[in-house]
Design a protein around this ligand. Structure first.
Ligand SMILES: NC(=O)c1ccc[n+]([C@@H]2O[C@H](COP(=O)([O-])OP(=O)(O)OC[C@H]3O[C@@H](n4cnc5c(N)ncnc54)[C@H](OP(=O)(O)O)[C@@H]3O)[C@@H](O)[C@H]2O)c1
Length: 422
């Protein structure tokens, strides 16, 4: 022993505290594996009065870490987008290595950071699916492969809510409240339930897999807020699970990126990933399908990933550059051109002629029905029409929904869920 790696942690909250505790408690094994003593020299927080039960010196001034010549690595665990990006830029400009768990910042600024970093190491294993080593799998383990597709449950909060709705027949609001009570959902759960958080992670994975530079606003992102018991009943009836999936696929030179609830065959491995757990399936052209499963969040699981980056830096590996080589050949597939099968939920006045009107609109858009489930709500004179379609495009679906909405007999906005067959 003899070598020391000094780190400064900006943001000593849930993840920061776990990083410090894990480095202390697992010091022996980490030293044995790296030959380096990884020491936390300082931390930066907003509020020095908060109790934290730590012995490391804390300050509220980011410059205390950025300008400390003895600090080799800046670990950014403060969250947010623009302020964190400024910290990351300053750290790299001051010749420090950077480790971050911040998927939101990377979703917007990963390519700019890569340019600033040059050959400086940037570790971001913790930014996607907490403890699952999916970044290293894509950068190292699968690097001999063309990635044909990847799809995953990238957000534990929404997976927990869906699991409650499906297994315990809760409605969306009660499942969300339970998730908040148990600490699985934040007071403001918007990013988790709207698909935004999964979108951030998908963009990071897609950059590694395909070299595609896209921002959240460029891709299709839908959340789980509108799923109800009818959708779950239809899924059960026809052998599907409903999961919020992040999907990246390459077809010819177009990359399809989307996050949305999806009905998938309930016998697929990924369909069995329940509760707060995350899982990702990656299909490589040589290796075939590989599956990754584990805790997507939580202080300890996320700290495990942060420290794996610190260990790589301590070992002096140079492969820690972001690895987002832009590919000039690929482009983002336009949202309207994406194809899928779809499930529809329609609430209509229960009177004669309505089905014929709906059928006519579907025919005009070249959409044919696969399976159909019709339910009557007797006392209200409302019929629920639940059906799946054969493969069609987003464009045709949008047109169909717009036309259906104009019918007097349609009671609420038609709702669709995409059906993933592959
Ligand atoms: N929690 C997870 O399970 C998890 C999983 C994967 C990735 N991540 C990512 O990890 C990062 C940290 O998450 P977290 O859950 O640890 O958050 P957190 O518990 O809210 O901690 C954030 C820390 O940053 C400090 N901070 C915030 N803004 C600051 C500023 N402007 N200047 C100085 N310090 C500032 C806070 O100070 P105070 O303590 O004084 O308020 C706090 O110590 C986020 O990017 C998050 O997306 C988290």
């Amino acid at each position: 022993m003899g070598k020391i790696l000094n780190i400064g942690i900006i943001g000593v909250g849930t993840v920061g505290i776990s990083v410090i505790k894990t480095l202390e408690e697992n010091k022996e094994i980490i030293c044995a594996r790296t030959g380096v003593d990884i020491r936390v020299k300082k931390g930066v927080v907003r509020d020095l009065k908060k109790p934290r039960d730590l012995t490391i010196p804390l300050s509220t001034d980011i410059e205390d870490i950025i300008n400390d010549k003895e600090i080799d690595v800046v670990v950014e665990l403060m969250g947010g987008i623009e302020a964190a990006y400024e910290v990351a830029k300053k750290a790299l400009t001051n010749q420090k290595a950077l480790v971050t768990a911040n998927k939101a910042m990377l979703a917007y600024h990963r390519y700019e950071l890569q340019q600033i970093a040059g050959n400086a190491p940037i570790g971001f294993e913790a930014s996607v699916c907490g403890g699952i080593p999916i970044i290293k799998a894509l950068k190292d383990g699968l690097s001999a492969n063309h990635i044909l597709s990847l799809s995953g449950i990238l957000n534990g909060t929404s997976n927990y809510i869906l699991t409650q709705m499906i297994q315990n027949h809760q409605d969306f609001q009660s499942a969300l409240h339970l998730a908040q009570k148990l600490g699985y959902a934040e007071a403001d759960p918007t990013l988790d339930i709207s698909g935004g958080d999964a979108g951030h992670k998908l963009l990071i994975l897609a950059s590694l897999a395909y070299g595609i530079d896209a921002k959240p606003q460029d891709i299709l992102i839908e959340g789980i807020e509108s799923i109800n018991a009818d959708d779950i009943e239809f899924a059960n009836e026809f052998g599907y699970a409903i999961k919020l999936l992040g999907i990246a696929k390459k077809q010819n030179n177009q990359i399809e990126l989307r996050v949305h609830p999806a009905m998938i065959d309930k016998n697929k491995m990924i369909a069995k990933i329940d509760g707060v757990m995350n899982g990702i399936s990656v299909i490589g052209d040589r290796v075939g399908e590989t599956l990754y499963y584990g805790a997507g969040a939580g202080g300890n699981a996320t700290a495990s990933a942060v420290i794996s980056d610190l260990i790589e830096i301590a070992r002096g590996k140079s492969s820690l550059m972001l690895g987002f080589e832009k590919s000039p050949q690929v482009s983002l597939k336009p949202k309207d051109a994406m194809e899928s099968r779809y499930y529809f939920r329609l609430s209509v006045d229960d009177k004669s002629g309505v089905l014929a009107q709906i059928a006519s609109i579907l025919t005009q858009n070249n959409i044919s029905i696969g399976t159909l489930l019709q339910k009557e709500i007797k006392h209200k004179n409302i019929a629920k029409i639940l059906f799946s379609t054969h493969t069609t495009t987003e464009r045709a679906i949008k047109n169909t929904i717009a036309q259906l909405q104009k019918l007097d007999s349609i009671i609420e906005k038609p709702y669709i869920i995409r059906i993933e067959d592959e």
